[in-house]
Design a protein around this ligand. Structure first.
Ligand SMILES: Cc1ncc(COP(=O)(O)O)c(C=O)c1O
Length: 380
């Protein structure tokens, strides 16, 4: 089989034109640099093949629609789902908000409970708080084990029939902890709850098969997967998506519109109102194929950081901190601080001088966790 440039594994620094020679880009957890094939595909889509999708009756539009739906099939294959179960959204944040509004917002009632964990990204906390407030539900938080994983034994003890939804990160953006999703799914389903997995940090680093994992919803962002910004995926079980009302109204998501009554398209287009991020989808589809090949070839994933981060060498790299440790109050000389007004710093710094640390602004609620080093108690 011939492997094209777009499909080979991306492990060569030269594939990333925005990383100058001599740099080591350390902010991939926040957003990945873009490899040349993705940049080329985006330039080609805008410069040569661009047209709208799903509504044009000319050849160019039909071709673009085929490319768009081919990308959906590739992305679905990449995570072991069906194309009709993959909704294109702006990113993980929008995917979680969609499930919070359209599933939880219609299924939960006063007295129901949502279970999160102590290590969740704000995107997997705030949407649930918003819907909980609206419907009168409560939120519980699973603690971490001493080695900073979601404590599934504690979760088993906490779960009650009132829990209707559990939302957990597959891989933590701050600690790197990897969740046993299969066990979490069994526990959640044991009390009749649905399980949403935030796969933002998992999808770029390990092979993901939603069918084997047993979750009900899985979300991720394209920009962390070496793809374009502004595009991401909500995967949901067909029967759940089918029963959900639309997220937004507009073109494309309809079946038939009259002034008296509108009926909606089936998923996934029911949830893709308006002209989508056509070129973003094409770029993401490319990465789905490329990374799928790379991950399949790779040795057992994920790779762990070398013992550099071990307890005995907490400051082995100047300016870098081991996961879970409090950041310095002020960055060492020569190291970039966050922009003025950004609280205790912005996100991670650039490749040469690390700023306050990876996903700095996502740490505070974690650092207030008993058993973890003390830090700010104010959510970022
Ligand atoms: C674990 C995790 N969840 C959710 C998000 C939110 O992703 P996005 O901002 O692309 O919607 C991020 C991004 O930093 C993340 O790392």
């Amino acid at each position: 089989m011939t492997v094209t440039a777009a499909e080979r594994a991306l492990d060569v620094l030269a594939d990333f034109p925005a990383i100058p020679a001599g740099w080591a880009y350390l902010d991939t957890a926040a957003t990945a640099q873009k490899p040349r094939p993705v940049i080329d595909a985006i330039a080609r889509a805008y410069g040569e093949t661009y047209a709208t999708v799903h509504r044009g009756v000319y050849q160019r539009s039909a071709d673009m629609t085929l490319a768009y739906e081919a990308a959906r099939r590739r992305v679905a294959g990449f995570i072991g789902g069906q194309p009709d179960e993959c909704v294109f959204v702006r990113g993980a944040t929008e995917a979680i908000n969609l499930v919070a509004q359209c599933w939880a917002g219609t299924q939960l009632k006063a007295g129901d409970r949502i279970l999160l964990s102590q290590l969740e990204h704000h995107s997997n906390i705030v949407p649930w708080q918003m819907v909980a407030e609206r419907v009168g539900a409560a939120i519980d938080v699973v603690p971490l084990t001493p080695d900073q994983r979601i404590d599934l034994d504690a979760m088993a003890a906490m779960l009650r029939p009132e829990h209707k939804l559990v939302a957990l990160a597959h891989v933590s953006n701050v600690l790197g902890s990897v969740l046993d999703v299969r066990r979490a799914a069994d526990l959640a389903h044991g009390v009749g709850a649905k399980l949403l997995i935030d796969g933002c940090q998992a999808v770029p680093r390990m092979a993901v098969d939603v069918a084997a994992l047993g979750c009900d919803f899985y979300v991720f962002s394209g920009h962390k997967l070496y793809g374009p910004t502004g595009i991401g995926v909500l995967w949901g079980r067909a029967e759940l998506l089918d029963a959900m009302p639309p997220y937004q109204g507009g073109g494309s998501m309809i079946d038939r519109v009259t002034f008296a009554r509108t009926t909606y398209a089936p998923p996934p287009t029911r949830f893709e109102a308006g002209t989508p991020h056509i070129v973003g989808v094409v770029g993401l589809g490319l990465m789905g194929a490329s990374l799928a090949m790379g991950l399949r070839r790779a040795a057992p994933a994920p790779r762990r950081l070398p013992p550099l981060w071990g307890a005995g060498q907490p400051r082995a790299l100047p300016g870098l901190l081991p996961p879970g440790r409090p950041e310095p109050r002020s960055a060492p000389p020569g190291h970039r601080q966050g922009p003025p007004g950004a609280g205790r710093g912005g996100d991670a710094g650039d490749a040469r001088g690390s700023g306050p640390g990876p996903h700095f602004r996502d740490r505070p609620h974690l650092l207030a966790t008993p058993g973890l080093p003390p830090g700010s108690d104010a959510p970022g």
